[in-house]
Design a protein around this ligand. Sequence first.
Ligand code: SAH
Length: 258
Amino acid sequence: MSGRLAVIGLGPGDERYLTPEAAAALADAQALYGYGSYLDRVPARPGQSRHPSDNREEADRADAALRRAAQGLNVAVVSGGDPGVFAMAAAICEQIAIGPDSWRALEVVFVPGITAMLAVAARIGAPLGHDFCALSLSDNLKPWPLIERRLDAAAQAGFAIALYNPVSGARPWQFASAVERLRRHLPPTTPVIFGRAVGRPDEQVAVSMLQTAASEAADMATLVIVGTRETRVIERPGRSPLVYTPRAMPRAVAEAIA
Ligand code: SAH
């Protein structure tokens, strides 16, 4: 079987963030699958078919792409950011795990991309400079009480926390509830960064604090980074502030966490 499937990360925004490896894999593809607004970022090429689908149809999209690759085509599935971060790479693996044996013989490659939390962090300094974790606030694929337990554990353990999927039309209250949860563990002055549409023309990055962080500052295109007790803000004249989490954790603070 000569079919091939490439699961490709487009990065957070325009083509400046697309790696040369991803660009080459896109150019090689005969059929492109992905969420419509991600596919729109890929320039059209003659001879390439395009199969946009809705954001919620990941399993069906993965299944369709694998079927096409099994017919011998060179197929690409695209994700924004990195395909392994809350995106299509796991959906493809899940379908291979339950699909026909022949799918296991396919050549499957995963092409990494710059994930949103790294693009947002780079805009503002080094908020992820010490240990950190990433959580999706979407309770479409897991129960909300589990998200609350993970927020508690992450804040108690002293991780900086990158929050993907903070709000959507169908999930209006989750972000405020997460912030309320984190306030139980972290000082009110803990820096909170809102990075919206980073790498795109309508990019916005704002620094807030846990005590004032509000849902209105976030939407579906926003990645939120909540700092730690050690995260600092450097104000600069005529320039935007730098936010950083120091590389070293003082022993006294570490012992208080342990
Ligand atoms: N695979 C993607 C994440 C998909 S989940 C990645 O690696 O980045 C979708 C969430 O990612 C959004 O709700 C938002 O929290 C974040 N996101 C994606 N692109 C972004 C961008 N350009 N700027 C800020 N956040 C972004």
